[in-house]
Design a binder for this molecule. Sequence first.
Ligand SMILES: CCCCCCCC/C=C\C/C=C/C(=O)SCCNC(=O)CCNC(=O)[C@H](O)C(C)(C)COP(=O)(O)OP(=O)(O)OC[C@H]1O[C@@H](n2cnc3c(N)ncnc32)[C@H](O)[C@@H]1OP(=O)(O)O
Length: 306
Amino acid sequence: MAVLLNGLRLVSSGNLSLHGIKSLQYKSTRILCQLPCKSSYQGRPFSNKNMTVELDNNTGVAVIQMKKPPVNSLSLEFLTEFAINMEKLEMDRECRGVVLTSSNPKIFSAGLDINEMYGKTPEHSGEFWRAVQEMWLKLYGSNMVTIAAINGSSPAGGCLMALACDYRIMADNPKYAIGLNETKLGIVAPFWFKDSMINVIGRRATEHSLQLGLMYSASNALKIGLVDQLVAQDKIMTHALSVMSEWLAIPDHARQITKSMMRKPTLDRLLTNRESDIQNFVNFISKDSIQKSLQLYLEMLKQRKS
Ligand SMILES: CCCCCCCC/C=C\C/C=C/C(=O)SCCNC(=O)CCNC(=O)[C@H](O)C(C)(C)COP(=O)(O)OP(=O)(O)OC[C@H]1O[C@@H](n2cnc3c(N)ncnc32)[C@H](O)[C@@H]1OP(=O)(O)O
């Protein structure tokens, strides 16, 4: 955790949620630019199999652009790479904010890679689920300002990623849909997916949404508060960076402590039940009836195409 105070940067060893706000050490550094100063942009890209990460040293803002063809499905490899990148940015004293977006102009993310849940060993399923948890813990528990620039459809795990951010901006296109549609696949959104949604849209709307596995058009997502703003597709990144500059104008320490106060109980719930959540997932996904549902769903996805 990093806090700016009178020109000194207070740095702790990890995410706000994982390590709380105690044991701060003093490190002297320059104060990072509070607002984007585009004139002296210096991009610094790294790691690029499933995503590119570009940190602007002048603004302290990184853009993570997911680029896993065809639909940014969240495979074990993708999730591992994502967690490593988040960790790197979290540790980077110059990074204060992250915009998450997609290189696919129509799909933000298709959610968890269904192939990782179908026909796999319990060991693989457990490893996969731990990686899903890690992605969420890193994003939901980040000290940085996180903004989702949702430039396409975003079902299930894709919606979860957006829900884990601080702010959601969606492209204003009636063809794009977002939601936690797990029940439509015959599976159940785990408690921390549900908690993430409750924290954004409230209990009643979440119950309705989860039971029916609803996918919302961009305009309906805005109506229920699932996204914060709709913006024309070609303006989404400019707008996300402008919203980011507003968030970064708030002193880091005050914003981070507030964020921690709001999110810690939700994070702690998964942290204290992490192993049982993995076991529940493995038991659930290994059932013949669930495997059958996933098989049918995968076939349906392939048939839809032809
Ligand atoms: C008692 C409690 C116990 C608790 C247990 C917990 C269990 C909970 C477990 C898991 C939670 C699950 C979370 C998830 O995220 S599941 C994934 C949900 N995702 C979806 O339903 C999206 C499905 N996809 C689509 O709707 C569309 O593909 C699209 C809108 C994303 C894109 O449409 P389009 O551009 O038309 O592309 P195609 O449909 O043609 O797809 C291209 C290609 O990609 C494949 N594909 C799509 N989505 C996925 C996916 N999620 N995983 C893997 N593969 C995917 C699709 O099959 C096509 O493949 P191809 O034919 O081989 O080209």
